[in-house]
Ligand binder design. Structure first.
Ligand code: 6GU
Length: 225
């Protein structure tokens, strides 16, 4: 899979994919992430990428041309399946969307800044608009990192059995059960007895019950979906 990210602050995306699971995905050539510096496609000698908004009001708007030029460059390497604009007024991101996007071959992420991008790009270019939560970020870069990580770990071959995405919270519509490691008793803080019992069926039943209870308490919305 290839993910192109268009950013006015590419420095923000220098490290997130260079460690741990994302690093392994790149090394195995399962995921290729390319970050494009929007300013390279800026207008005039100052490489302008934003301008005042028509009708007045505070805040700059990202111009059409630099983004289209960057897209032209990306498309020369093949037509993407989706061009996604990251914006607080987009569709709320969730595991289902991550699963769907992980099935695509090539997606482009456009990181918004300031007041956002010219609306005409949203009408004519963008195929999906995504928000990662009900709060405002200074730019779409951290949201892009969230998408890349959540999608990348779903690609076949990225995770091994131990880290299998099948056991993630949300993947079966439930939160994950609590987990424990040694020692079994830390100054009186004890691991639940059942986990030490060696009875696989009992342990599995306990985990299911805990996952259900945790989901009921913390995210009842997941159960009603
Ligand atoms: Cl995708 N972008 C920005 N700037 N803020 C956000 C967001 C995205 N999702 C939630 N807040």
């Amino acid at each position: 899979m290839k993910i192109d990210i268009i950013s006015a602050v590419p420095e923000l995306l220098e490290s997130p994919f260079e460690h741990s699971i994302m690093k392994r995905a790149a090394e195995k050539s399962l995921l290729h992430v390319a970050v494009h510096d929007l300013r390279k496609y800026g207008i005039g000698k100052h490489h302008k990428i934003d301008d005042y908004q028509y009708g007045g009001g505070a805040g700059m708007v990202m111009c059409i041309e630099p983004i289209l030029k960057c897209i032209d460059f990306i498309v020369s390497d093949g037509q993407p399946d989706e061009i996604i604009y990251l914006t607080p007024d987009g569709e709320m991101y969730n595991q289902h969307m991550a699963n769907q996007l992980s099935l695509k071959n090539h997606i482009v992420l456009i990181c918004g800044h300031y007041k956002g991008i010219d609306e005409r790009l949203r009408e004519h270019l963008v195929t999906k608009e995504i928000s990662i939560g009900s709060y405002v970020l200074s730019g779409g870069e951290l949201a892009a990192a969230v998408l890349v990580d959540s999608i990348g770990r779903l690609l076949p071959g990225v995770l091994n059995d131990e880290t299998s995405a099948l056991f993630d919270s949300f993947q079966d519509g439930m939160l994950a059960p609590p987990v424990y490691t040694r020692p079994a008793n830390y100054n009186g803080w004890k691991v639940p007895e059942v986990l030490l019992s060696g009875n696989d069926a009992k342990i599995e039943a306990w985990r299911e019950e805990q996952a259900l209870q945790r989901t009921r308490e913390r995210r009842p919305d997941l159960l009603s979906d």
